[in-house]
Design a protein around this ligand. Structure first.
Ligand SMILES: [Zn+2]
Length: 397
């Protein structure tokens, strides 16, 4: 290797230093013939920062002369060195243009064949030098790349972090599996719902007290964010004839303040069965089966009378606390039982509103609060944890 070319060198010093290298290695960005004669060719050099003049001398006297021997440089010039050991240098070199032909207009007509040949030779030589240097650079770049990108295949790989299912989805999916296994299908409906489906058709007229406990967000007088998935009962009955066997999971909204057990947004799963001869015992059988599949075969359930405007009779189902088996503990707040859902026989008025003849058909419906199931299942005491998207919490499931 010859002496390193530095930016603070004069061009003459650079020539000296680059003795063992092609002269034009990285030094010319753009060259233009300024004047030509049989013995002298003045070439303007346009560097990236400076412009200068290089004089090519005596070129026709020695056919074996190299460019290095032919070039003399005005010592006052301080040309910029294009660094050739990187891709940027290669790109700069490839932009080099040697516009020698343009200088020919200053040459006497009888000298043109000789000068033209000379210029062609010079250009060819410069291009050869440039090509050679480009190859050298490309090779060096490849070697550098191979060096830098060496792969140690024995190193351990980077861990790919894969997300986990949200606890709400874990339980919802299990629940869907259970009901699909029982012959139910899944129905979906709008979260922005007509007052008619959310209230009126479910036997909850405008002045009904049940509206107070289900205050919601009104888009207009007749359009609300649904407070319950029960509106799907009438929607489904309008769309298909019995036998009907569906569950309708989804988000519901109420204007509740946020605390450990309340949220303005939560999830319900509505269930509806309509057919000939459906009885309360069918409701009990299905829900008991569901509870055992979700919480284990030894799960004990009980039904308590209740009131819902759209079922008659109505009931709430509790499951016996799995931790204290009914004795009372903090999990069940000393009750021994935990309420998990409500249901009942579909009110004849609701059947009628869905276009089903209550003299011919009967049905049952139930509504399950998903959050309640999840909190009970995973022993979560604050509902807000389910919505905060804290990975420390969510990664536990
Ligand atoms: Zn308990």
């Amino acid at each position: 290797m010859s002496e390193e070319i530095r930016d603070d060198m004069s061009f003459a010093e650079m020539l000296e230093a680059s003795e063992a290298k092609p002269l034009y290695a990285g030094k010319i960005v753009k060259a233009k013939v300024i004047s030509v004669s049989p013995t002298e060719c003045v070439v303007g050099i346009d560097g990236s920062k400076h412009t200068g003049v290089v004089t090519l001398r005596e070129m026709s006297h020695d056919p074996n002369a190299k460019m290095e021997d032919l070039v003399k440089v005005d010592d006052e010039l301080d040309l910029v060195v294009v660094k050739t050991n990187d891709q940027e240098g290669v790109d700069t070199l490839s932009r080099v243009r040697f516009e020698a032909q343009k200088g020919m207009k200053d040459v006497a007509a009888e000298e043109r064949p000789v000068v033209g040949q000379m210029i062609n030779d010079v250009r060819a030589e410069i291009e050869t030098i440039i090509d050679k240097q480009k190859a050298v650079i490309a090779e060096a770049a490849l070697a550098h790349k191979l060096e830098a990108e060496t792969i140690d295949v024995t190193l351990p790989g980077e861990e790919v972090v894969i997300g986990k299912e949200h606890p709400l989805n874990i339980v919802l999916n299990e629940l869907k599996e259970i009901f699909i296994g029982l012959g139910f299908s899944i129905a979906e409906g709008p979260e922005v719902e007509l007052d008619h489906y959310n209230f009126e058709a479910l036997n909850i007229p405008k002045d009904h007290p049940a509206r107070d406990t289900q205050d919601t967000f009104y888009i207009s007088d007749n359009v609300v964010l649904r407070t319950q998935t029960s509106g799907m009962q009438v929607r489904v009955m309008e769309q298909k004839k019995p036998p009907i066997r569906i569950i309708a999971p989804g988000r519901v909204y109420r204007s509740d303040a946020v605390d450990a057990t309340h949220s303005p947004l939560f999830h319900q799963i509505e269930g509806l069965v309509v057919d000939k001869g459906i009885r309360m015992s069918d409701l009990k059988g299905i829900l008991e089966l569901f509870a055992k599949k979700l919480y284990g075969e030894d799960t004990v359930v009980r039904f308590r009378p209740h009131h819902f405007p759209f079922t008659e009779p109505s009931a709430e189902m509790d499951i016996q606390c799995y931790r204290c088996h009914g004795a009372g503990c903090p999990l069940c707040k000393g009750e021994g039982w935990i309420e998990i859902l409500g249901g009942g026989m579909v009110h004849p008025k609701v059947l009628k509103n869905g276009g089903v003849n209550p003299d011919e058909y009967s049905g049952f419906a139930f509504g399950i609060g998903l959050e309640r199931l999840v909190m009970f299942r995973f022993n979560i005491d604050d509902m807000r944890l389910l919505y905060e998207n804290d990975l420390r919490f969510l990664s536990q499931f």
